[in-house]
Design a protein around this ligand. Structure first.
Ligand code: 5AD
Length: 348
């Protein structure tokens, strides 16, 4: 089958075989990509109109007990200047964000045991009580099912945990032995089971990733049926073992965004910061490829540079309002607008 037919088949059947995925991902050209983007965009416009949700990310700690080979805040990076935000700092970020229309707060951090379950629960419930009309999303890594349940009860309703790769062997090439692919996959199952709107995802072009692997990721995501998917290019960080690997391909990233939109029409799909880092207009291209979410930074300006997962991460010194104005302008330029909305996942 030619690639165009495979894309049509994906749209109709919402899945492809491993072989078909490998063909499509291994041989697509610019025309195929434009074709997939046009279908993906139609699907998004149909479900969400020209509306883009925005979520405020609060990067509350860059301490991390893990040592992932790709990540700039890995514990082995002694050059990283570490920080933690207090509950008061975090609330200030939310207060600021709320004024400008943010209705989702994403608490993102390294795996930092300083924040006990009790502390996390306290932070979640404080936000939840003060802003009952907002969603609290967690992006804090692997925890026990018990902890996930406590956070859910406290008012967190969404959780982002990228699976990173659906292939165990590949997982082991990205992470040290103490981290287990099976454990990560179990975490994702627990999260969904508990009732979180759950996000998985991966980096495109991570070292040793093959077309076969990405095909496996697509099949995994089709089965897991996540409410959110985070996809961005791998970007090297100078103080990591992967410092000399090249960045992932922009084209492949955009193509995958489109294919995710076609396969899972309702999925909440951000045009990620990493996408905006490899190209200035990356987020615009992401939206034009089928993304419907943008996640601006709400962290205090003085810590932003310290949350460096990869080199050149686009960091602005703009406050929540300025940041949003720029995004608004960017979106208007391509015929979209950002909306003040909690933006929960909806089946249609
Ligand atoms: N390049 C791109 N994305 C990265 N992440 C971590 N390090 C990098 C990097 N060097 C992504 C991972 C992780 C998320 C928080 O950020 O996929 O899950």
């Amino acid at each position: 089958m030619i690639n165009r037919e495979l894309i049509k088949k994906l749209n109709k059947e919402k899945g492809l075989s491993q072989k078909e995925w490998e063909q499509l991902l291994g041989t697509f050209n610019e025309e195929d990509r434009a074709y997939a983007a046009s279908i993906a965009r139609k699907i998004s416009l149909n479900r969400f109109g020209n509306k883009i949700f925005f979520r405020g990310i609060v990067e509350f700690t860059n301490h991390c007990k893990n040592n992932c080979y790709y990540c700039g805040i890995r514990r082995g990076n002694t050059s990283a200047s570490r920080y933690r935000l207090s509950k008061e700092d975090i609330m200030t970020c939310c207060d600021e964000g709320y004024k400008y229309g943010y209705r989702t707060f994403v608490l993102q951090g390294g795996e930092d045991n300083y924040y006990s379950d009790e502390k996390i629960v306290d932070i979640i419930s404080t936000i939840h009580k003060k802003y009952p009309d907002c969603a609290v999303t967690l992006s804090i890594g692997e925890k026990s099912r018990k902890s996930y349940e406590k956070f859910f009860k406290a008012g967190a309703s969404r959780f982002l945990l990228r699976h990173e790769t659906a292939n165990e062997k590949h997982y082991e090439k990205l992470h040290p032995k103490e981290l287990s692919w099976k454990h990560r996959m179990n975490c994702l199952n627990d999260l969904k089971d508990i009732g979180y709107q759950t996000g998985c995802g991966l980096m495109i072009g991570s070292p040793n990733q093959t077309i076969t692997n990405i095909a496996e990721d697509m099949i995994y995501m089709g089965k897991f049926n996540p409410q959110m998917i985070g996809i961005g290019p791998f970007i090297p960080h100078k103080d990591t073992p992967f410092k000399d690997y090249p960045s992932g391909s922009m084209e492949m990233t955009l193509f995958l965004l489109s294919l995710c939109r076609i396969m899972l029409p309702n999925v909440l799909l951000p045009a990620t910061t990493a996408l905006g880092t490899v190209r200035d207009d990356g987020r615009k291209l992401g939206v034009l490829a089928g993304a419907n979410v943008i996640m601006p930074n709400l962290s205090p300006v003085n810590v932003r540079k310290k949350y460096m997962l990869y080199n050149n991460k686009s960091v602005t010194a703009d406050d929540a309002g300025e940041n949003l104005k720029l995004i608004q302008k960017n979106m208007q330029e391509i015929g979209y607008e950002i909306v003040v909305d909690k933006g929960d996942y909806k089946e249609m």
